[in-house]
Design a protein around this ligand. Structure first.
Ligand code: ATR
Length: 272
């Protein structure tokens, strides 16, 4: 990688800046395609000042994650349609001094699903009604999926279903819904280390025609995904979502379609 006076700087704003795999992923492709960009971490203390710095220093774009996805919004000049609907931002581009926020989280999830199954017209259960569920819910609707939001707190499911325009229910609905469901997505934190012995879905309701995706990435194979595999379901690991939201961001950063295999290799992930 050659840094010179023309090099465009892409920054990472988020508490995981020390451990993120995104540097390897983006910089490998910049190198491969001889694009004059570099992706670097920033230790942001104050998000307002962080945003000012994007303008002051002429930073080309930034990737945004927790805890800034919502708090960054009020400091930006514009939000694209996805960011507006989802109410959170995971990417900011600097267009000649104008900062525009976008969000590739949900679309990345749909792209990950589409490696294994169509989404359009499929019966889909989305477990959860938090920020991650919200991003996925809009993207699934945009793709033409037939969506039901299922959540422990039913009022949260109802509130999200109202804005997304889909059905909703509580966890007790799962036995009734699952037999005719095509795709099941866990977008709650259930199953994450140290609670990796937990799953919201009883194994006996998992069936062969189901594709199951989990947003929990630690462990890679959650209890839900393990039991889904044992039940003959197709499974989609969370790191496929990470890959695809990154692929979509790459296009936003550079205007160039990235070679997905190079990004995959840099992330050291496979679809199996
Ligand atoms: P995020 O923004 O990462 O999605 P969040 O907004 O805190 O996180 O949402 C967490 C989601 O996980 C919620 O849907 C939550 O359900 P409630 O609305 O009932 O709180 C769900 N969740 C977390 N722990 C859970 C548990 N032990 N059982 C069932 N659902 C759980």
């Amino acid at each position: 990688m050659k840094i010179n006076g023309e090099t465009k700087l892409i920054g990472f704003f988020g508490s995981t800046f020390r451990t993120s795999k995104m540097y390897a992923m983006y910089n490998a492709v910049f190198e491969k395609l001889s694009l004059n960009f570099v992706y670097v971490p920033f230790d942001v203390v104050d998000i307002k000042k962080g945003v000012e710095a994007i303008k002051t220093l002429g930073i080309h774009a930034v990737g945004v994650t927790i805890p800034f996805k919502i708090s960054i919004m009020e400091h930006l000049d514009e939000l694209d349609e996805n960011a507006k609907k989802i109410g959170a931002v995971n990417v900011v581009v600097n267009r000649n001094g104008k900062l525009i926020g976008g969000n590739t989280d949900g679309k990345g999830g749909v792209r990950a699903l589409r490696e294994k199954t169509e989404v359009k017209r499929k019966k889909i259960i989305l477990l959860g009604a938090g920020g991650a569920a919200r991003a996925l819910a809009f993207a699934i609707k945009d793709e033409g999926g037939n969506l039901t939001i299922v959540n422990r707190t039913i009022s949260e499911a109802e509130a999200l279903a109202k804005v997304v325009d889909c059905r909703f229910g509580g966890l007790e609905k799962l036995p009734e819904l699952l037999p005719t469901t095509d795709i099941l997505i866990n977008s709650t934190s259930v199953g994450m280390i140290p609670h990796n012995n937990q799953s919201l879905v009883d194994k006996k309701f998992l069936h062969k025609k189901l594709t199951v995706m989990d947003i929990v990435s630690n462990p890679k194979e959650t209890k839900l995904l393990r039991e889904a595999k044992e039940s003959g379901c197709q499974i989609v690991f969370a790191d496929r979502m990470l890959l695809w939201q990154g692929v979509l961001k790459f296009k936003i950063y550079t205007g160039v379609e990235p070679p997905v295999d190079v990004m995959e290799k840099a992330l050291q992930i496979t679809s199996h």
